[in-house]
Design a protein. Structure first.
Length: 215
């Protein structure tokens, strides 16, 4: 099972990278194939797409969602919806295995009783990036963000409370989970352009699952 004692014993020590931020090295490495196996059915219901910014520019990263709420971006702004605007259907249900995974990771980072209701699925191709931003469309900032990295390596930028604050650069490899909350919940963060490479499970892509309590 994801995040069990066996997984953690085989991984480097967890790393506290901020007062409310913990990098769980290799936390889901041994369960990555099982996690990825759930993706095709989810993406058949809610296909990946490049969302538009409010300014009308296509995002670099392809996105989909699962859970009772899904995050969307278009000319009307950023928000959560109960239906996929692309299909008109409700978002796919959050797999129970994924929900359990997110709760285990949050608990390992010091956040007990985390139950997500939304998961943003990001697919990064080589060269894709995500600019510095805050996750502030959720109703309750007391719950942490749980971010799972699968496939190609990413350089994650963790900034401060202001967009122009200095950033820490964290190397996130396949199986790592980054959790941030508490005083760090509204820190700016982003992802540098993905370097060329190939992973045996994901090919020339990085998948990122970001679990949130949105409603």
């Amino acid at each position: 099972m994801t995040g069990d004692l066996f997984d953690m014993l085989e991984s480097p020590r967890d790393e506290q990278v901020g007062p409310g931020t913990c990098l769980l090295h290799g936390f889901v490495r041994n369960s990555a194939a099982e996690i990825l196996a759930a993706l095709p059915a989810l993406l058949e219901q809610a296909p990946l797409r490049r969302m538009m910014t409010p300014g009308g520019q296509p995002m670099s990263v392809e996105m989909s969602q699962c859970g009772s709420l899904g995050w969307v971006s278009d000319r009307d702004g950023y928000r959560y919806t109960r239906r996929d605007p692309l299909t008109g259907n409700g978002w796919p249900a959050l797999p129970p295995f994924w929900r359990e995974l997110a709760g285990q990771a949050a608990a390992a980072a010091g956040y007990a009783s985390f139950v997500p209701d939304a998961c943003l699925i990001n697919r990064y191709a080589v060269g894709s990036r995500m600019g510095l931003h805050q996750d502030r469309d959720e109703r309750d900032f007391t719950a942490p963000i749980v971010s799972v990295s699968l496939g190609l390596t990413a350089i994650f930028q963790l900034g401060g409370a202001g967009r122009s604050d200095a950033v820490q650069r964290l190397r996130l490899v396949h199986g790592d989970v980054l959790v941030w909350g508490g005083v760090d919940r509204l820190r700016f963060h982003g992802v540098q352009a993905i370097a060329p490479g190939r992973h045996e499970l994901t090919g020339e892509f990085r998948y990122n699952l970001t679990f949130r309590k949105a409603g």
